[in-house]
Ligand binder design. Structure first.
Ligand code: SF4
Length: 480
């Protein structure tokens, strides 16, 4: 679709609004003096705000007066465009034109500017067209977080360790994950673990030299429990030796898929100090599990969960996904109710995201599931909060179907600090392993500097010298 515009503000904001209505469309931005052809959108902000849309054989043109500032003109143009497209396509987004991935950050900013509940609600509703439901979700998330931010000491960090391997690849997967279903692929894991231990050793030295205090650890993936017991043991034993984990507030291992969890692995994870684990069924519907290529059943999940409880894990999270193919609202409700009966300390509800890499990206009709996603999100918020959980972190991703969101709910005192830190970008996170990126936080000017590791495990192993070289940049940064 051609977008003709001459205004000085970026195409990014306009494109983000367009994506709400045409998620799989490509946009071509052209100067407005070119001849318009086909489906097009014309945006002119000179003497007034003019938007003309010609889509689906319908043409709508609207004008508005210019506002006082450039920022206000940008917002007004995005609102006008949203309203016209909403009218033409019949589609609405509960998040309105608030298209960034961290809605809570915006609320936290307004709170620190001294705005009250009503003022924030009016701003989000009038300026960004956010629905009342989404405002309440984001505001209660900010309220829960207020216990934990700002962080009192600024010489702290969290440690992320990436294990980008899975026993097979789920059809909806959009993460960096390498299937180790074949012997050849499995071979890579030993070399990977060996390099990872070297990176952890260097990281421990750097953080010790700089006097940084470790507060949370997160071993994620992929599926960390896809590794064998000896590999898990070696990684966790080294973490315990290299870092001072006695002061760590929270130590999470994302066990993930039930088909990788055994009593032996759980005991190792517990022995080396993990305080929180995640066991993720995504759904309790066996037909849906089969359809999305997870090689386990709901029974396997219950079995893994029971083992974890028996071994003494008290802080268990479960991840679920709204909008999975062939799932429906009835089955989603059964899943939510089934998980609440288990009484885990936290429940995370993701909305399915379609990315190019995932096999499911052909299911374009899934984009049309806005109504279903809306009902799933509404039910989960109501049911989960009625049962003593509160939302504590929230983020959105590009291509979340139905313009949904991902929400972490927890019982009071069991909110994952790591998740809050990473989402709200308020602490330095040092990442080891493939797929991770170190984010160095400067509280003085609220700025993040990123140091990327290689994305895929084979790149990480091959380019390992470069990985160690990039880690040294942490010194440069803190000693500036
Ligand atoms: S378990 Fe998670 S990371 Fe692994 S393939 Fe499935 S969705 Fe991807």
């Amino acid at each position: 679709m051609n977008i003709y515009m001459d205004c000085t503000f970026g195409k990014y904001e306009i494109e983000a609004v367009l994506k709400i209505f045409f998620p799989s469309e490509k946009f071509c931005f052209l100067p407005s003096d070119k001849d318009v052809t086909g489906s097009y959108i014309l945006i002119n902000i000179t003497n007034s705000i003019i938007i003309k849309v010609n889509v689906d054989n319908k043409t709508v043109e609207r004008h508005e007066n210019l506002r006082a500032t450039k920022k206000e003109n940008e917002l007004a143009a995005c609102r006008l465009l949203y309203e016209i497209l909403s009218e033409i396509t019949g589609t609405k987004s509960d998040w309105g034109i608030l298209t960034g991935i961290r809605p809570v950050k915006k609320i936290n900013q307004y709170l620190s500017d001294g705005l009250n509940f009503k003022q924030i609600q009016d701003k989000l509703s009038d300026e960004y067209l956010v629905s009342e439901d989404k405002f309440r979700l984001a505001y209660s998330t900010a309220e829960t977080q207020s216990k934990y931010i700002p962080i009192k000491e600024n010489n702290t960090f969290s440690l992320y360790i990436g294990i980008p391997f899975c026993p097979s690849r789920c059809s909806y997967c959009s993460f960096v994950s390498h299937s180790i279903a074949t012997k050849a692929a499995w071979k890579l894991t030993d070399e990977y673990v060996e390099k990872l231990l070297q990176e952890l050793t260097l990281t421990a030295k750097i953080t010790k030299d700089l006097g940084l205090k470790l507060t949370t650890i997160y071993i994620g993936g992929g599926t960390p429990t896809a590794l064998n017991p000896a590999q898990i043991s070696s990684i966790m034993e080294n973490i315990a030796k290299l870092f001072n984990i006695s002061d760590v507030f929270e130590y999470t291992v994302e066990a993930g898929r039930a088909d990788t969890i055994s009593e032996e692995k759980l005991r190792i994870i517990k022995t080396y100090g993990a305080s929180r684990i995640s066991i993720n069924p995504q759904t309790l519907n066996d037909d849906v599990l089969k359809k999305i290529g997870r090689n386990h059943t709901a029974h396997d999940f219950y079995d893994a969960y029971e083992k974890a409880v028996k071994i003494g894990f008290d802080n268990i999270n479960t991840d679920l996904i709204a909008g999975l193919p062939s799932d429906n609202i009835g089955s989603f409700i059964e899943t939510i109710d089934g998980i609440i009966d288990l009484n885990p300390k936290s429940i995370t509800i993701h909305t399915l995201t379609l990315k190019r890499a995932a096999k499911l990206s052909n299911f374009k009709e899934l984009y049309k599931q806005s109504e279903v996603i809306h009902s799933m999100s509404e039910y989960s918020f109501r049911k989960i909060t009625e049962n003593g959980y509160a939302p504590y972190y929230l983020y959105r991703q590009k291509n979340n179907i139905g313009n949904g969101e991902n929400v972490g709910y927890a019982k009071s005192g069991y909110e994952s600090l790591y998740n809050i830190y990473i989402m709200e970008e308020i602490q330095t996170i040092i990442a080891c392993g493939a797929g991770g990126s170190t984010k160095i936080y400067e509280p003085e000017n609220n700025k993040l500097t990123r140091i990327f590791n290689y994305k895929y495990p084979y790149e990480y192993v091959r380019g390992f010298d470069e990985v160690l070289k990039r880690k040294q940049k942490i010194y440069d940064f803190f000693r500036k």
